[in-house]
Design a protein. Structure first.
Lengths: 130, 130
DNA sequence: CTGTATCCTGTATGATACTG
DNA sequence: CAGTATCATACAGGATACAG
């Protein structure tokens, strides 16, 4: 029970898989896509409309990444025209709950951030004036 | 009470401050720095050691950003040699709690991600073989 | 509709060297 | 110790055109 040999896999370790996991979800598009799918399963076009500012490229790219890591399920109904539905996997669902807290925080506290930024920049400006 | 005029500020809106807030914290370095400071106030050097792989440049840059937005407080004791301590503000503390959930998720579920990825890539490879 | 393939530019970030 | 300045580069991500 030496504290010495404690492997201690943590996000703070540069070469830990946990860090990789963190980087995967530390992306605004990933967070928004998971958030959207958390509300309900959706198709490509619907997400394009739901998530303001995302491009088709980033949507596809991020979805593939999430699918690859088992967070999102891609259901291709193989019809013509194509009907592809994306939904969260159970694992993705658990992540989405942690993420939802973030979204809520952002929506609740951005006024405080804006205020702090303005104050900071004002002080900055004043000190520059001498 | 028309549903029509509902402003509905949401992270899904491209030009909403909430989105800006989200982008601010959707950065691996910001998440890690806040996580480190959540454990205890720390100095530059300590964070450099604590957070594996971060460069002095990114550390300073991200800290300034967080400070500017009122999430981190910078205490310069004005001594020689310099003693600069960083700590979370109350606002930063609330964010850190939401973020801590993410860190925990990453550390708990990265094995599942790794497994899914391996499986996905294997299937990928197989389909490419024909 | 749901993508994929290219091209192209800005930005993010690391390395390195220097300063108070 | 705590930064700042500069340079070089890789990559993110947009625009556009094409395809099944």
């Amino acid at each position: 029970m030496e504290a010495e040999k404690k492997p201690k896999p943590s996000v703070f370790d540069a070469d830990c898989s946990a860090r990789d996991a963190l980087e995967l979800i530390a992306s605004k598009w990933a967070i928004l896509i998971l958030g959207a799918l958390g509300e309900q399963p959706m198709r490509n076009g619907a997400m394009l409309r739901k998530i303001g500012g995302i491009s088709q490229k980033m949507l596809t790219q991020t979805l593939r990444q999430l699918e690859c890591n088992g967070l999102v399920l891609r259901e291709d109904h193989g019809t013509v025209p194509p009907q592809v539905v994306y939904r969260l996997t159970p694992l993705g669902g658990t992540l989405n709950e942690a993420l939802a807290g973030l979204d809520r925080w952002a929506e609740a506290n951005f006024p405080a951030l804006d205020a702090a930024r303005e104050k900071y920049l004002a002080a900055q400006c004043e000190s520059t004036r001498r």
